[in-house]
Design a protein around this ligand. Structure first.
Ligand code: MG
Length: 278
């Protein structure tokens, strides 16, 4: 059995088990499972199914676009600053809706993501060939944030883990092969809610470029194959509510990159969690 065939068999059994676990074929989850199965036929999507499995950490840069810092009345950092999201928050295309926990004001933040392809430790920001070579592929990602949960954490000096870490709070696109993005600092990111464009900016506006981000992270913790880096969000972040449809994509040289197109519905999350300010 070839590697491709083995991978395809694995994806099929994942899709089948999702469908089998649902009582009705017409339930939203079953529909999502079918579209997930339907979307697993290309080589790109086969790689996609392994992104979540192989990811051991998601490192995110905060406050990396000047106009986004202003819109949230935050201070501009003197050096890159980072926080983690759990890999369990990753939501693959076709895997299901974004789930909004009760009492949580969810904000979208569109970001260019990097999937790391090999170990990286103490890399020099100016050693472009080394850090660029360590990026295996790109993804588009939405760093969903419980803004009221985060605001309370900030006020009390507590970590942001809850605000950033709910299940489904990291929807990602299919992988974008490296040759499709000749310069990661010249990529247009866009995000719309119910067809209305809310975010649209070029990654050239990043305050700290990718080399500096990878240098600063890898001085602290080793980056490993499969790790994901989110490079910060431009201006235009805002709230989303159940019933919304969020779409996003990237353009390079004015052309849409099809494999980076994302579309997710938002639904209310069931279960015991409810956010209440204390
Ligand atoms: Mg962010």
């Amino acid at each position: 059995m070839t590697a491709t065939r083995r991978a395809l068999t694995g994806v099929r059994s994942l899709a089948t088990s999702r469908i089998a676990s649902k009582p009705t074929a017409s339930s939203p989850s079953a529909v999502h499972a079918r579209s997930f199965a339907a979307s697993t036929r290309s080589v790109g999507d086969l790689e996609l199914s392994t992104i979540k499995k192989k990811c051991r950490k998601v490192m995110c840069i905060g406050r990396n676009y000047a106009d986004h810092i202003k819109e949230l009345n935050n201070q501009r950092p003197n050096q890159p600053f980072f926080f983690l999201k759990p890999p369990s928050s990753i939501l693959l295309p076709g895997e299901g809706p974004i789930l909004q926990p009760k009492g949580v004001r969810v904000h979208y933040e569109i970001e260019l993501g990097l999937v790391i392809g090999r170990k990286l430790l103490n890399v020099d920001a100016n050693d472009t060939s080394t850090w660029l070579d360590a990026i295996e592929q790109y993804i588009l990602a939405i760093d969903l944030t419980g803004r009221n949960v985060q605001d309370e954490a900030k006020k009390k000096g507590l970590p942001w883990s809850i605000a950033k870490g709910f299940d489904t709070f990291l929807p990602i696109s299919g992988p974008v092969l490296k040759h499709r993005i000749p310069d990661p600092h010249n990529v247009e990111l866009w995000l719309s809610v119910n067809g209305e464009v809310k975010q649209q900016d070029n990654t050239e506006l990043m305050l700290f470029k990718i080399g500096r981000q990878l240098a600063d992270i890898s001085k602290v913790m080793t980056l490993e194959k499969g790790d994901i880096i989110l490079t910060g969000t431009p201006k235009g972040v805002g709230p989303t509510v159940p019933g919304d449809v969020i779409e996003a994509g990237i353009r390079v040289g004015g052309k849409d990159i099809d494999e980076a197109r994302m579309k997710f519905e938002v639904k209310e999350r069931e279960g015991p969690y409810e956010f209440r300010e204390t």
